[in-house]
Design a protein around this ligand. Sequence first.
Ligand code: MN
Length: 356
Amino acid sequence: MINNNELIDQIKTYNKFLNIETVNKAYNFALEAHQNQKREEGVPYIIHPVAVAKILTELKLDSATITTGLLHDTIEDTKVTYESVKKEFGEEVANLVDGVTKISALENKAANDSKAENFRKLILATSKDIRVLLVKLADRLHNMRTIQFVKDKDKIIRKAKETMEIYAPLADRMGMNRIRDELEDLSFSVLNQPARDLINERLRFIKNNRDDTFKSISGELIDLLKKNGIEATIAGREKTPFSIWRKIQNKKISLEQLTDIIGFRVIVKNVEDCYKTLGIFHSKFSTIPGKFKDYISTPKINNYKSIHTSVIGPKKNRIEIQIRTFEMHEFAERGIASHWKYKSSEKIFRSLMERI
Ligand code: MN
């Protein structure tokens, strides 16, 4: 696990103006509050709030949010009160911690029969500040990463379902695709392990039977663009077993048809270059019908922007390509947290949530 100093070093890399003293103080406060508690995996409890704070740090959030990450379980699980958090850390942080505590209380109350949609709405109404929800998502992510240590089997399934039905869709609405993907896949491994194993087996088979590599294809694509005067970087990401499972469920592919397992992300300077890049690829390679989507001219409901296309690429491989600018890439990964300014993010958040 990372200790407090590592956490602070990481915070300094993206914002040296954050209030390091407050974060330090929150760490010591949480350490003392949880001193006699252990996680189910047998480790000191403090590991959990530090891990949550680390996830929030990776999202490059402000010091009040990271402080809340460290303190988020103190009111719920220890003798610490709202008043004492307010006295030590001020009203802003106390309200955030209180908000996270209220969502946890909702979870405990919500019976199995309450509809996912209603529960999501209830959570939204409770999180008056978007940062409450960001801390809650980080909290759930770490709990799902360590779910295998929970002893109560019914609880494991309940948490996995809740994650799939409530928290992954919330992450999706906020454009936080990386967190959504991980939440879905962690839940999938609980809810349908045999299917996940089968898909992983197929993925390994495909990987072993490809003589091309991601590197050689992306090298070729970069050269092609360079010749046409476009500077690009290409990032790849393997699809998650759950995203493949969803495609199979929607009958878009069968497991046997599964060939393209790496998505290519071409990141260029500006929107103009996005369309030039598309033109270059489409004139060089044959396109696969029905796969072209322009989310730059028509963004997704959560503000996601990119151009998607699939082509028969170098060495006759079917490849999926996403074309985007760096700003679009940042948004696709971190969503609403990527252009963090409290007031303006709050506005975007409210308008996204109206459509939930
Ligand atoms: Mn927690």
